[in-house]
Design a protein around this ligand. Sequence first.
Ligand code: NAD
Length: 470
Amino acid sequence: MSQPNFYESVSASISKAASLSDIPKGLLSQIKVTNAIYKMSFPVKVGKGYEVITAYRAQHSHHRLPTKGGIRFSPHVHQDEVMALASLMTFKCALVDVPFGGAKGGIRINPKNYTEKELERITRRYTAELIRKNFIGPGIDVPAPDMGTGPREMAWILDTYTSMNHGEIDATACVTGKPVTQYGINGRNEATGRGVYYGLREALSYEDDMKAIGLTPGMEGKTIALQGLGNVGSFAGSICQNEGGAKIVAVAEYEGSIYNPDGIDIDKLLKHRKAKGTIMTFPGVKKLKKNDDALYVDCDILIPAALESVIHKGNANKIKAKMIGEAANGPVTFEGEKILLKKGVMIIPDFFLNAGGVTVSYFEWLKNLSHLRFGRMEKRFDTRAYDKLVDFVLKATGGTISKREREFLTKGADEIDLVRSGLEETMISAYKDIRSMWKRRSKVEDLRTAAFLVSLNKIANDYISMGIFP
Ligand code: NAD
């Protein structure tokens, strides 16, 4: 029997959670369905000739506007994949209280096969198509980076949109994940990876849950196997290592996989890959035979941060990790998950764990709409107030402190401090909601079902409060 595709796998997980809810059938059907999808084909000058490019934008749910979701450049992009990713975005936004519907876009290209100029032409033409069909705008649909795209592509989208919408005062909010110098926000680039760290740290902090899977609480000293060193994987790995004290023991990339039970310094590895174009020549590590062998090493936590459906019915039994942190979207299939749950593996679900990106995108959108950098109004006011407080305490106690200590105690928050603080709070409180659903309802046997139930209830309430469903 063939494996269900990604869309079927996501739908099966939603249905599993829905069967435990008391949301009326009609409303459930409305929540599940993709509201709008635009498939486009357009010619782009590539090399000396032209190539017809296929691309999509799916808006899964219009119950809240704008819709929001990344744009992926990958040769595997197809309609089902974009629809699955768009629906995950709806549930993700609801889970972390980001007031958007879900969307996702994709262009079926391998970005490695095109020059920068060609990629720019493709991105600009795609944006023009979205504008033509009213599929982009600060209050309509707001793209962001995903696999194969980053701040550079978002800057091209912004420039195309603003040049075709001259005078629109909120135009810079048409896309997020922009470079900081182009109306972006400090901390967006690291946001998804940092959110993965906050989410895992929170999950690891509950003694009872950790005891049940044979781990001690806390991230310090935990061994991690990591798949993918792109935007999400590189920041997740680096922050788990540097701030969490975890040890990365295996890394898988496109070109192969490496292992060292004593730890691989992820920052040095990233520098090495940038310079040499591969992880396979990194000194002091064992080269594994196949590039997915890193998934099967002895470790506490496995973080798949590259592709979907990498853990499935055919290989789930080979996983030795006690916890899987789904940094990528859909890395574990529905059937694969059944096997892992039976084995007692704890899975931290994707649409919670990688929600840091959309959370900080929301902050960026708010910054663009308010036309004001976070921290600008209050930073100096806070510094002065903390200064007075320190003076008061020193006077009352007769103590002294150094200039550095004073600076540390009295510093008002910059944009990056506020963004990280907002992200940390979002990830912690979303995990608490999921965990309490998981612990409260005996039929809810896993965290993914719990997370879908939390989101389903919020989305259903939105529809009901709009008066659309009784
Ligand atoms: P990216 O393109 O920056 O990185 C993906 C990495 O995976 C690349 O380095 C690529 O070489 C590597 N890779 C490809 N095939 C591989 C293989 N077979 N084995 C090992 N590595 C392989 O993409 P990204 O933005 O980091 O996204 C990764 C995942 O995270 C995707 O599922 C994406 O949907 C999800 N995600 C991304 C964001 C974001 O803000 N970028 C937000 C939420 C979720």
